[in-house]
Design a binder for this molecule. Structure first.
Ligand SMILES: [Zn+2]
Length: 141
């Protein structure tokens, strides 16, 4: 996974050429061009392209928000690691959350902290093939 660029590495009030933006963010110019293809707004009336720092910040924040913690099917989200982690022994407890959702909780195999994941009840059978689900919580928890 690519290292994330820091949106604060560019100044909101400045404009950047592609090469300048790449240098400021520690990315290659090709990456910046990909971002433009992907929707990063440029000041199109001018060449070379100029990109406002504010636009870069908005773009990166939206991009990273969208890709925040995509969990693999065999992972829970660990609040301590702030990442998807496999639960210890692939063992989780299921707690009824809402009539339609269940919270799976386990121990992060990486750091030992509590990790959890919300699933739709319609997915329970899928996750029960991956995890050893104990229904310790029950609905009266
Ligand atoms: Zn962890």
């Amino acid at each position: 996974m690519n290292r994330r660029a820091n949106p604060m590495a560019v100044k909101a009030a400045l404009t950047y050429e592609i090469g300048e933006a790449a240098a400021a963010l520690g990315k290659s110019p090709a990456t910046i061009r990909n971002w433009i293809k992907d929707g990063l707004p440029v000041m199109a009336s001018r060449k070379p392209y100029l990109i406002s720092g504010a636009a870069i910040r908005d773009y990166l924040r939206a991009k990273y928000q969208a890709t925040k913690s995509p969990l693999a099917p065999n992972e829970l989200f660990c609040l301590s690691c702030r990442a998807g982690r496999k639960p210890l022994d692939m063992s989780v407890e299921a707690f009824a959350n809402t009539p339609k959702t269940t919270r799976l909780m386990g121990i992060c195999a990486c750091c030992g902290a509590c990790a959890s994941r919300m699933i739709s009840n319609t997915q329970t059978h899928v996750f029960s093939e991956t995890f050893q689900i104990k229904t310790g919580g029950g609905s009266n928890a």
